[in-house]
Design a protein around this ligand. Structure first.
Ligand SMILES: [Zn+2]
Length: 406
């Protein structure tokens, strides 16, 4: 190859790389500086399921899914709640056993990657981890069925580091109604109220994502500490039972709570939701294809559900949802609840992500978009993580007060 031609080619290639970087990024220096100096907290990730599949390395950059250490670092994620989840239909001692297995798996992963991760249980712990350049790993139990109606099991989970519990998943528990099942208890049963009181005492955040509107109201009446929705969005924008009405968001905020916006396209976009509802046969087809690709590997199932749904979108069967829809929900929630009551609960590795928010590396876009919308730097920091830290500190303070009063 002649020297001139080589030089010209190198120039073209360098130009291509440059254009590529600009197109892929588009984030202002100010946004980068703000994002990477903030504590960014995600209160709901389903990556734990992948730990159990046996073929996933959290320390390596993965082509599939949304979360691993290299991508968390690249996206400036400072703290992550790993979700402990099993389907609502699994009950009794088997539910407890499987929950303990997942808690073990989280401890195991954090131990294996102790240069990058540290298991923490408090707001102060998250700040300390951040100071030492580590990502704080926290545990959230997604579904009250896993305590098998036994406060002793709840205490065991808390002792092992679980810092929140979502009261139900998609089905009712023996003591609380879910948003996606026929009501059986008119909200919380008397034992359900005992669960809330014990969580307050233990310093576990009560998570109202997934519960029915009546359960939510009962929780607000019963809980002595502020509560949160670890991964819910706004019903005013996308009308699904899993999202919160403006009235609920206001009531949550009035008690000092936080709504952590969920990125799942079926909760973000009414258009997507309507299309999904109009074609229940696609849901079944997707589930069948997932089964074919994954068998019983649950982590694989969650990831492939996202991938196959995107295939439907790409061939035009389902509407395309952009990541900017997340900003719409954040902005709406801020208008309703005030700036101190909104945060981030992605549902990464457990849901269908919008275009442009495929994984944790895309998080700085949220900071950039909020700045562009005119949010102050202090307000952006609140949404990214400070609101969650304040809530955690409040829950911890109530726990200390209740323990001291005993
Ligand atoms: Zn969920």
């Amino acid at each position: 190859m002649g020297r001139m031609l080589f030089a010209a080619l190198t120039c073209v290639m360098a130009g291509m790389v440059l254009v590529g970087e600009m197109a892929a990024d588009g984030i202002s220096e100010r946004a980068k500086k703000l994002h990477f100096s903030s504590l960014v907290i995600d209160t709901h990730d389903d990556t734990t399921q992948r730990f159990l599949d046996g073929d996933f390395d959290l320390g390596a950059r993965n082509g599939l899914g949304s979360i691993d250490i290299p991508r968390m670092k690249e996206g400036g994620l400072g703290a992550i709640f790993f979700s402990v989840w099993i389907p609502s239909k699994v009950r009794g001692p088997e539910a407890v056993r499987r929950a303990l297995m997942q808690i073990d798996a989280i401890h195991d992963q954090v131990g294996k990657h102790s240069n990058d991760l540290i298991l923490v249980t408090t707001a102060e712990g998250i700040r300390e981890a951040h100071k030492h350049g580590k990502i704080a790993a926290l545990i959230g139990v997604e579904g009250g069925h896993m305590i098998d109606s036994d406060l002793g099991v709840l205490r065991k989970f808390a002792g092992l580091g679980a810092r929140y519990m979502t009261l139900t998943h998609t089905g009712n528990t023996e003591w609380a109604d879910a948003s996606t099942a026929a009501p059986a208890h008119n909200g919380l049963s008397p034992f359900g109220k005992d669960v809330i009181r014990e969580m307050n005492r233990l310093g576990m955040i009560v998570d109202i994502s997934h519960v029915s509107d009546k359960t939510f109201a009962d929780v607000l009446e019963t809980s002595k500490a502020p509560v949160f929705a670890s991964h819910s969005s706004c019903r005013a924008i996308c009308n699904v039972p899993r999202n919160m009405t403006d009235e609920m968001i206001r009531a949550l905020a009035a008690k000092g709570g936080v709504i952590q916006i969920n990125y799942h396209i079926g909760f973000l976009s009414q258009e997507f939701r309507d299309a999904e509802k109009a074609h229940p046969e696609w849901d079944k087809a997707i589930a069948l294809e997932v089964q074919k690709r994954c068998g019983n590997k649950e982590g694989c199932q969650l990831i492939q559900g996202d991938i196959i749904t995107r295939e439907y979108v790409l061939r035009g069967d389902l509407p395309r949802v952009e990541w900017t829809k997340i900003i719409e929900h954040i902005d709406h929630a801020v208008k309703v609840a005030g700036i101190d009551h909104v945060g981030l609960g992605s549902d990464f590795d457990g849901a269908n992500m919008p275009f442009g928010m495929e994984d944790a590396t895309k998080l700085p876009q949220i900071t950039n978009a909020l700045l562009e919308k005119g949010y102050s730097e202090g307000d952006v920091r609140k949404i990214l993580g400070e609101n969650t830290l304040r809530l955690m500190a409040d829950v911890e303070r109530v726990s200390r007060e209740l323990s001291a009063a005993q």
